[in-house]
Write a protein that binds this ligand. Structure first.
Ligand code: BF8
Length: 633
């Protein structure tokens, strides 16, 4: 087997950091070793002050906590709390977007409703009248339906999950007691249940984990994306570029980092309006580039270039070419403020919940979005003036990347092949085996796996075995930087069957070449688009989502949000590969439930595998089992 090399972008950026004598996360990881074995196994409990307690499942030490909590209950409690952390992040994002839409409708925030088509589609689903009504009135009705879920105490099923989730799965969730009502209540109850002296039953906590994950899936992800599409429009296919080489030496480079497009859309809008000020300061232009998930949002809707995924955020600052890094919420490393200080980089926090020592804080509230966006851009122009003429070091790596693959834009492409039944060409090719199945490869970039190119190698191994890959989050950046989001990658990496299909579809759709083999569907909240796509295919076939030849993977787990997203896929019956192992291995019962018994509950399991080829092989084999279940070879 050929040795795997550290990806070239990281290699170049690490060389720059080294030449500047700057430590990076890799050094901090090395200093942290050996990492705590109890923490890794999940058998460390800090819930009360008799502790901390720790259980060594392999030795002669204590077998339960001071209160008598078992190792399985300990790991289940810890995992449930991680799930709550992830879900709270996404639900908070959803609520912020809803309130921005409300303020826009009330004329209090300077945003226009750009996604009328999405509003009309949802209105039909929710039974909102549209005939002869202004779009704003339709959106307000939808908004009120969404907001009702946040205030309700009647235990009636949540509006969004009831209307948006597939019916067959809802039946299962009802039987299992997983249907939820008010998302905030579920977060509260899970925190309550996992505080000292409450739930001590690992099975009960795992079931609650699935319920909280459903809150994440349908309120945290789907609701957020629905209203982001209403506010900013549904993405259409676009071509962009990825990797650090998208920074421009002679431009004012503004890196938008975080998750919430309510900020980054305004930054992009005002960058266009204030370009002349940048030119007057001696710059060629203002170059807004995308980092992490808000970068994905901008690339999906505007083709903004993708500069860096999460584990590269501190590294791109070492180029000295980023004039401002402006951040909103989630996945922001405190270290960024320290690196920025070494350069003429303005590191700007904007959310009052995300305060970082040594950052400049420009509070961003939708009502004053225009003023704040201008202040941020002028801060970047000032930084540019200070750094002008100083040497910068921008590695010249960048690749072409196709983005903007929403379900709507995918259906649009496919309808050029079969207008009456757009999904038919894909389904036919799954049936005849040209497409073996689908993999959603999503989530983060981890320095624990970057140096062996875990994600790219796994994706290439999947493509070779004719698995069509959809992606979101930092994984989309990784795939972009590896050149996997282009039609050329179809020729380079796909097995014969998949290559033939993507080439035929691309040509029939008038693209003059193959479709990319990896479809960039957006940010992590856009995992809901993957669920919608699976739901559409399952609906067309008349089967449950969990019966499809499909599998999920988070090959470089970093964030709690990946745990809650994974839980929502498991609840849907979609099995997931993950690396590294979630912190449950100290609980044998919990480990067995997640890797085996869950199959009999939701139809899905978790599979841990740290090697790229072996992970791909498991996914291919799992898809083959699903194919057999549908009577396909
Ligand atoms: O929500 S992929 S490191 S940026 S958590 Fe964070 Fe992970 Fe990146 Fe986006 Ni998702």
């Amino acid at each position: 087997m050929k040795p795997i090399e550290i990806p070239i972008v990281e290699k170049s950026l690490l060389a720059i950091a080294k030449s500047r004598d700057m430590g990076t996360a890799r050094d901090r990881l090395a200093a942290m070793k050996p990492q705590c074995g109890f923490g890794e196994l999940g058998t460390c409990c800090r819930t009360c002050y008799m502790g901390p307690c720790r259980i060594d499942p392999f030795g002669d030490g204590p077998k339960e906590g001071i209160c008598g909590l078992s190792a399985d209950a300990m790991v289940a409690r810890n995992l449930l709390r991680e799930t709550v952390g992830g879900t709270a992040s996404h639900v908070g994002h959803a609520r912020h977007v809803l309130l921005t839409v409300r303020d826009a409708l009330d004329g209090k925030a300077p945003y226009q409703i750009k996604g009328e088509a999405k509003a009309l589609t949802l209105a039909k689903l929710f039974g909102v009248a549209t005939e002869g009504r202004a779009a704003a009135d339709v959106v307000r009705d939808l908004l009120n339906i969404a907001l009702q879920d946040f205030g309700r105490q009647d235990e009636q099923p949540n509006n969004w999950v009831s209307k948006r989730a597939p019916a067959a799965e809802q039946e299962l969730w009802k039987r299992l007691g997983l249907m939820y009502s008010n998302p905030h209540n579920e977060i509260e109850m899970a925190m309550h249940a996992t505080s000292m002296g409450n739930d001590a039953d690992p099975v009960s906590m795992l079931m609650r984990l699935l319920k909280v994950s459903l809150v994440d899936g349908w309120t945290g992800l789907t609701l957020t994306v629905d209203f982001q599409d209403i506010l900013f429009g549904t993405p259409e296919v676009t071509v962009t570029e990825a990797a650090v080489g998208v920074l421009e030496k002679d431009s004012v480079n503004i890196a938008a980092h975080g998750h919430n497009p309510v900020l980054s859309e305004k930054i992009l809008e005002w960058a266009g309006k204030l370009d002349a000020e940048a030119v007057a300061a001696g710059a060629e232009r203002i170059n807004v580039v995308g980092v992490c998930c808000t970068g994905n949002e901008l690339s999906m809707r505007h083709g903004v270039k993708l500069a860096a995924h999460n584990s590269q955020t501190e590294l791109i600052l070492t180029t000295g070419a980023v004039d401002a890094m402006v951040v909103d919420i989630q996945c922001i490393w405190p270290q960024l403020a320290q690196v920025a200080k070494c350069f003429d980089t303005a590191f700007i926090t904007t959310d009052d919940m995300v305060r970082i020592p040594d950052a400049r804080h420009i509070g961003f509230h939708p009502e004053h979005a225009d003023e704040s966006a201008q202040e941020i851009i002028r801060a970047a122009i000032d930084s540019f003036k200070r750094r002008r003429g100083k040497p910068v070091d921008i590695p010249q790596h960048k690749t072409t990347a196709v983005a903007g693959l929403s379900v709507e834009s995918i259906v649009d492409i496919l309808s050029k092949v079969d207008a009456a039944d757009p999904l038919k060409p894909v389904i036919d090719n799954v049936a005849n085996g040209n497409i073996h199945g689908f993999a959603g490869v999503v989530g983060c970039s981890s320095i624990k796996f970057r140096d062996k190119a875990m994600t790219e190698e796994m994706v290439k191994a999947l493509l070779k075995q004719n698995v069509l890959v959809v992606t979101t989050g930092c994984t989309a950046h990784i795939c972009g930087q590896a050149g996997l989001l282009t039609g050329a990658a179809t020729d380079l990496y796909c097995g014969d069957g998949l290559k033939a299909v993507l080439t035929a579809l691309g040509n029939a759709a008038g693209l003059g070449g193959p479709l990319p083999p990896v479809w960039h569907m957006g940010a992590c909240v856009d995992n809901s688009r993957i669920v919608d796509l699976l739901g559409a295919v399952a609906g067309r076939l008349g089967v449950k989502v969990g019966q499809l030849p499909a599998v999920g993977s988070a090959p470089e787990l970093v964030q709690e949000k990946a745990i809650s997203i994974g839980g929502s896929f498991l609840a849907l019956g979609v099995s997931c590969h993950i690396a590294p192992a979630p912190r449950v291995l100290g609980g044998p019962l919990v480990t067995k439930i997640l890797t085996e018994d869950l199959q009999g509950i939701t139809g899905a399991i978790v599979h841990v595998e740290l090697e790229a080829q072996k992970a791909a092989d498991w996914m291919v084999a799992h898809i083959a089992e699903k194919r057999a279940g549908l009577g396909l070879k």
